[in-house]
Write a protein that binds this ligand. Structure first.
Ligand code: NOJ
Length: 558
């Protein structure tokens, strides 16, 4: 099994690459049983390389009864047999590394499946040492300020267990009892789980449900100091025993609480930018990007030099509105859920393309934006081809349907018949495999996939500046255009995004002495000239541009 690390000497490699989140179950089925698997991912590594992906985040592939799509683990040390074997994982990691692609897994540390032997032992015997691995109560009244994460599906964080003769605590579904992090053996075990997979070649983890590990009476039971202590321990272990690996936080909290997960470079290497995400969609609805610049100005200075934000538009969960105001939520729902069909828990269970009405320009505008910010973008599988969703599926499954590789009846996902797939295919005529699939989009040069590949290629060629260098917002007054500079040592890139539904023109002031002739890196519906007022741009509706300005070398000293 290979534990080889790529580019060990590359500091902060994760800020140079584009991440791609995928569900092994739904990506590609290699053996015709209707369920995607690890050899299926292996089979599609060249596709990911050609797309320009530098790191893949595999959603949980561990043994699980799949009551929460793998976030309910029943054995932390094995691969779910439906998805493959540990050897398949090793083969995948090695083949990915050979292509310059890193693989990270999911570190699900807050809870386990109720089928897990740890929980089964604990509930059967009050005297068992496992009992203290979970949280029990005779009344089910403790920690009443901890909100339930799946309102509508669960009404309490406590569930009565007949066999145990007590209530047990669960922050998520009742089938996911929380671990008790006040028990030292739990902390030690979870560190060993991390070691186990890193020793098998994983390049790091996206950490699930980070804020909720520690519970204290009288608090909201989130982001407490001991949570930070635990993840600092995980990171210290990783950096000393597995250098070059990355730790990414899923922490959907307020701005200060979210920024705190970097803890001045001692804790997470990357933190998912939950505060920005809903604001991108709100800005699109308002046709005004001001709020985006405000959030960036508030959150970029807090990032330690070797760390970075992880940006995303969509993922496998609902588009969460947990951090927006009531007014913003109302605006959001009016704009993005006019038919009231897609609300769940704290947000909307829709994929990117249907959210924006199938408008490729809007998909590209938002993608080109997260590709150009300091830090790294995370793409969600299928969004690069404009896949749709199936609102008739339960829970958050609408956006977890099989990847659409071809127009075939089973979408090239599997050789099994369409009615035997792990989840049914999208049927909406605007997004079905016959209309949106990789094979057809590869044939057409100006397809959404073609544009995506081009964006990722350009971002990759200038990764040093996009991932790592500075960010300077441009004040464009009341214009619907978001503008910022990414200044670097040899050149600066000007990024412009038109959030309105109309074409727009404007000027960005330049200091003529500083700049040589600009080069357009990408033109998503733009044209420009250098004039007396500076850089004059024209952007089509929802158009964008990235323009490179070489920095003139200082005159040689006399
Ligand atoms: C966050 C994951 O993204 C979500 O899918 C899951 O249901 C919860 N955490 C619980 O693990």
């Amino acid at each position: 099994m290979s534990a080889r690390r790529l580019d060990l000497r590359t500091p902060a490699w994760f800020r140079r690459v584009v991440f791609y989140e995928l569900s092994v179950r739904s990506f590609r089925d290699s053996n015709g049983d209707g369920v995607g698997d690890l050899p299926g991912v292996l089979d599609r590594l060249d596709y990911l390389r050609d797309l320009g992906v530098g790191a893949v985040w595999l959603l949980p592939f561990y043994r699980s009864p799949w009551r929460d799509d793998g976030y309910d683990i029943s054995d932390h040390y094995s691969v779910d047999p439906r998805l493959g074997t540990i050897d398949d994982l090793a083969t995948l990691v090695e083949a990915a590394h050979a292509r310059g692609i890193r693989i990270i897994g999911d570190f699900v540390s807050n809870h386990v499946s109720d089928q897990h032997p740890w929980f089964q032992e604990a509930r059967r015997d009050r005297g068992s040492p496992r009992r203290a691995w979970f949280l029990w109560s005779d009344t089910g009244k403790e920690f009443s300020r901890a909100r339930t994460m799946f309102p509508g599906a669960e009404t309490s964080n406590w569930t009565w267990d007949e066999l145990a003769g007590q209530y047990y605590f669960h922050r998520f579904f009742a089938s996911q009892p929380d671990l008790n992090y006040d028990t030292p053996a739990v902390r030690a075990e979870m560190l060993n789980v991390a070691r186990f997979w890193l020793a098998r070649g994983l390049d790091g983890f996206r950490c699930d449900a980070v804020p909720y590990l520690i519970k204290r009476e009288g608090t909201a039971c989130q982001s407490l100091p001991e949570v930070h202590q635990f993840f600092q321990e995980v990171r210290a272990m990783m950096h000393s025993e597995f250098p070059g690996t990355v730790l990414v936080a899923e922490a959907n909290q307020t701005v200060p609480e979210t920024v705190a997960y970097f803890d001045q470079g001692r804790e997470f290497d990357m933190v998912m930018h939950f505060p920005l995400m809903p604001n991108l969609f709100l800005a699109l609805a308002e046709k005004n990007p001001r709020r985006v610049l405000d959030v960036l100005r508030a959150t970029l200075p807090g990032v330690p030099p070797e760390c970075g934000w992880a940006y995303f538009l969509r993922n496998h969960d609902e588009l969460t509105l947990g951090q927006v105001s009531a007014d913003e939520r109302a605006l959001f729902l009016r704009f993005y859920d006019p038919a009231h069909g897609s609300e769940i828990y704290n947000g909307l269970r829709r994929r990117l393309a249907p959210l924006v009405g199938g408008d490729d320009s809007s998909v590209l505008l938002l993608t080109a934006l997260i590709l150009a910010l300091p830090g790294s973008p995370f793409l969600y599988y299928g969004d690069e081809i404009g896949m749709g969703d199936r609102l008739d599926l339960p829970d958050r499954d609408p956006g977890r349907t099989p990847m659409q590789w071809t127009a075939d009846p089973s979408a090239g996902f599997s050789s099994a018949p369409a009615d035997r797939l792990t989840r049914p295919l999208v049927t909406d005529p605007a997004y079905a495999p016959s209309v949106r699939n990789v094979a057809d989009e590869e044939r057409v040069p100006f397809s959404l996939l073609g544009h995506m590949r081009n964006l990722l290629r350009v971002r990759g060629a200038h990764a040093a500046i996009f991932g790592r260098e500075r960010f300077v917002g441009v004040d464009l007054g009341e214009s619907p255009v978001l503008g910022f500079w990414r200044p670097g040592a040899e050149y600066e890139v000007l990024c412009l995004y038109n959030f309105s539904e109309e074409p727009v023109a404007g000027d960005v002031p330049l200091a003529p002495s500083v700049w040589a002739a600009p080069v357009e890196l990408v033109r998503g519906g733009s044209s420009s000239t250098l004039g007396d007022a500076g850089y004059h741009f024209r952007l089509s509706r929802r158009g964008f541009s990235w323009t490179l300005f070489p920095v003139r070398s200082p005159p040689a000293a006399a």
